[in-house]
Design a protein around this ligand. Structure first.
Ligand code: XMP
Length: 326
């Protein structure tokens, strides 16, 4: 366990000694680890850091704006925002297999990141938000999915092809220490205590073929679910249901069902709500969300989101189900 202010000073000194006058590139995803790494490295070397934020068009509602406002506007970090939505959508067009989708997203991500990085003059270092559990995990045997997590998350292969040295200032830290460090560095608690979000984003939450219309509907449904979780407090603990769940999100099912709205018949798509409680994400239980909360979320989604006329709640635990649907 570290004393945070001392740790920050020590880490800053170490980063300065390591990189000297060199320029550093960092792939910013908006997730906790890369955000904390960016804030720490920026504090150490300021303008010698350039972040590349690749928007694949499969992020949550307003996520790109939030990342840009936190880092570029408020903290003055150099961030290159690449909107690669069209490129990802066209590569994903008609692809239905989950692993094929993951591979395409991972490959395009690396390609876009590389193209942008190549434009940054004099870059010598690639910074990554690798944390201690990642170090242990990559050392052990892994399932197909876990390998995919690693290869996407840590942008595998990039240092080799870019000829960059690796800077990993969070390598010794556990997740809770990374969060404390993020707070000590002044990052907003809503960012530091955010639920995890997979690298392939909504790409694995739109079942089957992905398109922009489905992504827009899912983003709206997901935002409604998350808002209501944040605004609904449990009487016993006084905590919000967002804080009482480890991960919660909406999933778009490309299945149409019949409904009735006013005096007309509807024939639209289904959204599934997923909320889990877990300590390690290896096993997880579905969250016992209050019925009132589910009712509110359901009626808001059906009334506010075009294209959706039915909402269901996922009551599967992991195992045998996984947390994500793909
Ligand atoms: P599953 O669905 O395997 O998910 O129960 C366990 C945790 O891992 C996250 N996850 C991913 N994260 N890239 C990521 O960065 C991925 O491809 C990926 N797949 C799953 C998932 O959100 C959950 O927190």
């Amino acid at each position: 366990d570290w004393n945070m202010p001392d740790y920050v000073q020590e880490a800053i000194t170490r980063i300065r000694e390591q990189v000297g006058q060199d320029h550093v590139i960092l792939g910013l995803s908006g997730g906790v680890d890369s955000s904390v790494a960016a804030a720490l490295i920026h504090k150490a070397i300021g303008d010698q850091l350039t972040c590349v934020f690749v928007d694949h068009g499969l992020l949550r509602l307003n996520e790109a704006q939030q990342v840009m406002s936190t880092f570029a506007e408020h903290m003055g970090v150099n961030v290159i925002h690449v909107d690669a939505t069209e490129q990802f959508m066209s590569k994903l067009d008609g692809v239905t297999d989950p692993e094929a989708k993951r591979k395409i997203i991972g490959r395009e991500f690396v390609e876009v990141f590389q193209a942008e990085s190549a434009k940054i003059q004099d870059a010598r270092w690639l910074a990554q938000g690798t944390i201690y559990p990642d170090v242990i995990e990559s050392a052990g045997a892994k399932t197909g999915k876990a390998v995919a997590i690693k290869s996407h998350h840590n942008v595998g292969g990039l240092p080799d092809t870019l000829n960059l040295k690796l800077l990993e200032p969070l390598r010794e830290l556990f997740k809770d220490e990374v969060r404390k460090l993020g707070i000590a560095l002044g990052l907003p608690p809503s960012m530091v205590y955010r639920h995890p979000f997979p690298g392939p984003g909504l790409g694995v939450r739109i079942l089957g073929a992905v398109n922009k219309e489905f992504a827009d509907w899912l983003r709206q449904a997901d935002a409604i679910f998350i808002d209501e979780l944040r605004m609904t407090f449990d009487e016993k603990t006084g905590k919000s249901w967002y804080d009482l769940t480890s991960q919660a999100f909406a999933v778009f099912l490309p299945v149409k069902s019949v409904g009735v709205m006013g005096d007309g018949r509807t024939y639209e798509y289904v959204v599934a709500l997923r909320a889990v409680q877990t300590s390690d994400f290896m096993t997880a239980g579905w969250a016992p969300l209050p019925y009132d909360l589910l009712a509110k979320v359901s009626s808001r989604i059906i009334n506010e989101v075009k294209g959706i006329n039915r909402v269901v709640y996922d009551v599967s635990s992991k195992p045998p189900a996984t947390i994500e649907w793909e």
